[in-house]
Design a protein around this ligand. Structure first.
Ligand code: DQA
Length: 148
């Protein structure tokens, strides 16, 4: 089962970028973690990152046409982009909004999200890189926890 994990601007700088906020791991580390987690759990995880808003919108359209789940860290566009929100509104599979940092503990301009109204899968904030695998786990469990 295909899953798109989409990352927005500046996330290619993970590991170098404000490590006190975003940690020491790189985007390559995050990709290997998500792809390996997917393999072990039957998901074909495709990890992408772009600094170009139109590229991100094209990927969201691809996901809308495929009906596949999306894990989205729209980074700065989360707080600024009506166009990213409009693209999220078209998704036909579940959308998970992920932020590595706790945006609600940060500047006021990070408290609003154009993505959140369409995050039908859920929102994971401030749990570091683990937030991505929590989203993938929820895709496998289809929103219900394993109660064993
Ligand atoms: C972020 C939080 C955003 O406010 C910020 O612009 C980012 C990363 C996060 O993952 O914590 O670039 O989405």
């Amino acid at each position: 089962r295909k899953v798109l994990v989409l990352n927005g601007p500046n996330l290619n700088r993970l590991g170098k970028r404000e490590p006190e906020i975003y940690g020491a791991h790189t985007l390559a580390d995050l990709e290997s973690m998500c792809v390996a987690w997917g393999k072990a759990n039957g998901l074909d995880v495709q990890m992408r990152q772009t600094n170009h808003e139109g590229q991100m919108i094209d990927w969201l359209h691809e996901a809308a046409d495929d009906g596949c789940p999306v894990v989205l860290n729209a980074a700065g566009w989360t707080h600024t982009s009506v166009a990213i929100g409009d693209a999220c509104a078209q998704l036909t599979g579940p959308l998970f909004e992920v932020h590595i940092s706790n945006v609600h503990a940060r500047e006021a301009f990070r408290h609003h999200s154009y993505v959140s109204p369409y995050a039908t899968g859920g929102i994971i904030v401030g749990m570091g890189l683990a937030g991505y695998t929590y989203a993938l786990d929820s895709i496998v469990d289809e929103g219900e926890p394993d109660l064993e």
